[in-house]
Design a protein around this ligand. Structure first.
Ligand code: 5GP
Ligand code: ZN
Length: 114
């Protein structure tokens, strides 16, 4: 069994505030939110990062983006806006190596990020 933190959330071995579940993806509240809405959207399938993805994963990755949009709309950010981010590798500060799409919204977000 994978020791990966987010695989454990997929298997419900550790708790998370789950907002979305379907055959491909899961979305849950970030444990250390950086905005009023800070949700992580992940594939059920373990994939370490965007660098590890194959072209065959593109449907799954596109699915994560559409789930993020759906949740952003549900939270009322469709008009006001929101940000979706994949951190990939050391320079981006990736800390959990199960790919996740951050959805941030509910406040003005600075650009560029740090
Ligand atoms: P990264 O830095 O890899 O792009 O993002 C990892 C994110 O996972 C961080 O925003 C961090 O707060 C979140 N995170 C780390 N551990 C847990 C956890 O056990 N549960 C939840 N819900 N989020 C976590
Ligand atoms: Zn994993």
């Amino acid at each position: 069994m994978s020791q990966c933190l987010f695989c454990k959330i997929v298997r419900k071995e550790i708790p998370a505030k789950i907002l979305w579940e379907d055959d491909l993806a899961l979305a849950f509240e970030d444990i250390d939110p950086k905005a009023p809405t800070h949700v992580l959207v992940i594939p059920r399938k373990h994939l370490a990062s965007l660098e590890e993805a194959d072209w065959e994963d593109r449907q799954c990755l596109g699915h994560l983006v559409m789930v993020a949009r759906e949740l952003a709309r549900q939270r009322g950010h469709g008009e006001s806006g929101y940000r979706t981010v994949f951190n990939t590798g050391p320079d981006a500060g990736q800390s959990v190596f199960h790919i996740h799409l951050h959805l941030l919204g509910g406040r003005q977000l600075a650009w560029p990020p740090g």
